[in-house]
Design a protein around this ligand. Structure first.
Ligand code: NAP
Length: 388
């Protein structure tokens, strides 16, 4: 029997351990919480009889738990809220805004009378249930990739293209699906769009350094277990990934496509074109998993349509919504994933002229953003705010 310790960065409130036990491990394992098992997160939000009826599909997951943190941080108004997950979590309790909610199994009837649903239960669940919910007059904000590239489905970063969902308003339209972009796309475009708006971006090359939590809690558990294995001189445990993760890095685990780019890389290419509304910008990405628990980092190289001085780029970024600058050359202090963890903002630094491009036509930046927060839950709740 193998013991897998839950990572400290993932508290014992999630249901990952149970799911892992059931389905994800080839060999029998026991998940060992590091802390006593706590009830699911208890938070305050803004209950208001005139607010919308809300549902969260995937409440027991990493993004689902982040949803309720973000809803309360932003005082999101609601009159009623439903907590939905699979039959595995049905019956468990969630504390939210001083009340106890029993998690219900997500079914076709779950969305009767619901105004806004936040979906984070994976692509296949979204494909099946989001159209059912929308047909019942519900606005679905979907975190999966199921509808991102679908015609007629807005793909929205509220700081970048809120106009794409101008018609999606309670009382104006009767339900619909709005897609949340891929986390790496959101983090990149938060920083690059202000530059694009100012001088135009002709070409963007992104190299990502992506955290374990983007692949779920089981990946976090594996990273922590492998770290212990290596330090103890034991054989490394490999259940989630096919490669050693601790003290290593590897190409993103999403499926490879025919052109030699993996799906994560192609999401950045295709989603950026949809969000910016143009195919005219040349984009390529290399996506890498690094042994970091939370928050993605990206090195981004830009070729600009007209020249931009690095100081002017810094000034543009310092005024951009949702951006914080850490760019202290004297002290070699630039953004790190730890700076970005649990923060709303995307952090930008290493703002410098690309010396390989003529004049001031090239720019290099380094960005870090919390992919569970701005890359998922926060962006989705901001979209829901636009629906109100
Ligand atoms: N993690 C990230 O950083 C991140 C970032 C951006 C987007 N996303 C996307 O967000 C989604 C969720 O990611 P996550 O990391 O939160 O995953 P997760 O931790 O594995 O959570 C998955 C959630 O889906 C629920 N679920 C699974 N099967 C279900 C079913 N048959 N019926 C109803 N609910 C079901 C699970 O419920 P049970 O607990 O009951 O199984 C759980 O609540 C994915 O589409 C992912 O691609 C994730």
């Amino acid at each position: 029997m193998q013991l897998i310790y839950l990572p400290q960065s993932l508290d014992a409130r999630s249901s990952y351990g149970v799911r892992a036990f059931r389905s994800h491990f080839a060999r029998p394992v026991v998940f060992v919480p590091r802390r006593p098992r706590l009830p699911l997160l208890s938070v305050k939000a803004a209950k208001d009889p005139s607010g919308p009826k809300v549902a969260i599909a995937g409440i027991s997951g990493a993004v689902g738990q982040e949803f309720i943190r973000v809803l309360t941080e932003r005082n999101f108004p609601y009159s009623e809220i439903k907590m939905l997950a699979s039959s595995r979590s049905a019956g468990k309790e969630v504390e939210f805004d001083g009340e106890t909610y029993v998690i219900e199994e997500l079914t076709e009837d779950s969305f009767d009378g619901v105004d806004i649903s936040l979906f984070s239960a994976g692509g296949s669940i979204s494909k099946k249930f989001a159209p059912i919910a929308a047909a019942k007059g519900c606005f679905v904000v979907d975190n999966s990739s199921a509808f991102r590239m679908a015609d007629g489905v807005p793909l929205v970063i509220p700081e970048v293209n809120p106009e794409a969902m101008a018609d999606y308003k309670l009382g104006k339209k009767k339900g619909g699906i709005i897609a949340n972009p891929n986390c790496s796309t959101i983090i990149a475009l938060m920083a690059v769009t202000p530059i694009h708006r100012a001088v135009g971006v002709k070409r963007m090359i992104a190299s990502t350094y992506q955290a374990a939590s983007g692949a779920g809690a089981l990946a976090m558990a594996e990273l922590e277990q492998q770290t212990r294995d290596v330090l103890n001189n034991d054989p490394v445990t490999m259940n989630i990934f096919s490669w050693q993760y601790a003290f290593n890095l590897f190409s993103h685990n999403s499926p490879m496509t025919e052109n030699g780019y993996n799906e994560e890389e192609m999401k950045m290419v295709k989603e950026t074109a949809k969000i910016w509304g143009t195919d005219a910008v040349s984009i390529a990405a290399t996506c890498i998993r690094v042994p970091v628990m939370r928050a993605h980092a990206e090195s981004i190289n830009l070729t600009l349509c007209s020249e931009l001085d690095e100081q002017d780029a810094k000034a543009i970024l310092s005024k951009a919504p949702g951006i914080s600058i850490i760019d202290d050359r004297a002290n070699n202090r630039f953004p790190t994933p730890l700076d970005a963890s649990n923060k709303d903002d995307v952090f930008v630094g290493r703002i410098r002229q690309d010396i390989s491009q003529p004049g001031k036509s090239g720019l290099e930046i380094f960005v870090c953003g919390d992919q569970i927060k701005k890359g998922a839950a926060l962006n989705a709740v901001q979209i829901a705010e636009l629906i109100l």
